[in-house]
Design a protein around this ligand. Structure first.
Ligand code: ADP
Length: 346
């Protein structure tokens, strides 16, 4: 059985082809800068067309879809109704869901009725209890406008949870973890008995930890100040928070390897702010979980930087925690979910 995985980001497209019997990667391709000025590929469709694979030989395709809203709490076989559902969620993920849809539609032209499965970044967090996902806003913001915490990186948190359970020789349904996906985007997740019960990303991936170029948690009044007093437009504030903040905003650099090596004072400050935020989340998730079987580091930073891991763990409160470093593999998890979903339908 051969399963292809398509992970379309706002301006990138990752393609991987798996042999599901051996879990071997048969092909792996990356297309970047899609739609940017002077780029090789104007659309995700063109990028996909450029991948020279015999699509006839593929048994199923799994697509990463960023936002499943409240409509999709698990992976699902894509049909016209599902495509419509993903389209309806575009206001919640204006950069990502259109790219994901374009990938799905472009492939349909190539592979006809071969099953395609949507695997949602939000789905693992469908188990959040209401007290975790309702913001303290007028309740109609949730009821009428669906403003709530959704959480993201679910595929990664769920993948490392399963690996951690194996390592600890525990059943997934009995495991309590704090998982930290620390990459350019970053999020923390509190997992109780194998289910996400809280996570740091919220209505969008902007909330929570300090990221490469995203601010994470802020006093929302700052946004009002920027608009009222500094006369910034909504789009300017949006760009500032998502693309010009985080590590990049503080020290003009978002590559953590360079930040760690730098002696420059803003670089040191950026690192301290980022680490302190992670520590605050670990502490609060310890309070929510009570017993924690392990703290799991993953993502480019979490997997590779012993220095950052040590700095994060430098608190007396954390000395009793068992620490695991697990390499995430979102594409493999999407392939596994795709297989499970099509098997359920047969
Ligand atoms: P994305 O969210 O874009 O998938 P990654 O998970 O690839 O990001 O993580 C990218 C981040 O990981 C960058 O900040 C990079 O500097 C950092 N990183 C990668 N390797 C190391 C390392 N050995 N030490 C410190 N940081 C690292």
């Amino acid at each position: 059985m051969r399963i292809a995985v398509i992970n379309s980001g706002s301006s990138s497209l990752k393609f991987k082809l798996f042999d599901m019997d051996t879990k071997e990667v048969l092909d792996s391709e990356l297309r970047e800068h899609i739609g940017e000025d002077g780029a090789e590929y104007a659309t995700h469709k063109e990028a996909l067309e450029s991948i020279a694979v015999d699509f006839e030989s593929i048994d199923a395709v799994g697509h990463r879809v960023v936002h499943g809203g409240e409509s999709f709490s698990e992976s699902i076989l894509i049909d016209a109704r599902v495509e419509e559902g993903i389209e309806k969620l575009i206001p919640l993920a204006p950069l990502h869901n259109p790219a994901n849809l374009e990938g799905i539609k472009a492939l349909r032209e190539k592979i006809g009725n071969t099953p395609q499965v949507a695997v949602f970044d939000t789905a693992f967090h469908a188990s959040l209890p209401k007290e975790a996902y309702i913001y303290a806003l007028p309740y109609e913001m949730y009821e009428k406008h669906k403003v709530r915490r959704y959480g993201f990186h679910g595929t990664s948190h769920s993948f490392v949870m399963k690996v951690a359970a194996k390592k600890l020789q525990k059943d997934v349904s009995e495991i309590n973890l704090i998982t930290l996906h620390l990459g350019n985007g970053a999020s923390a997740c509190a997992i109780k008995n194998g289910k996400s019960i809280d996570t740091s990303m919220g209505f969008t991936p902007l909330e929570g930890l300090v990221m490469g170029s995203r601010s994470g948690d802020l006093d929302p009044a700052i946004l009002l100040f920027m608009q009222r007093e500094l006369m910034l437009s909504v789009d300017e504030v949006d760009t500032m928070l998502n693309k010009k903040s985080g590590l990049l905003g503080i020290c003009q650099e978002n590559d953590l390897r360079k930040i760690i090596k730098s002696e420059e004072k803003h670089a040191k400050l950026a690192l301290s702010i980022m680490i302190r935020r992670v520590q605050k989340y670990i502490g609060s998730y310890m309070a929510l979980l009570g017993n924690v079987d392990a703290l799991v580091f993953t993502g480019g930073i979490g997997e590779n930087s012993e220095y950052v891991r040590e700095k994060i763990l430098d608190s007396t409160l954390f000395q009793s925690l068992k620490v695991l470093v697990i390499q995430t593999d979102e594409e493999l998890e999407i392939a596994n979910q795709t297989l499970l979903t099509i098997e359920k339908k047969v």
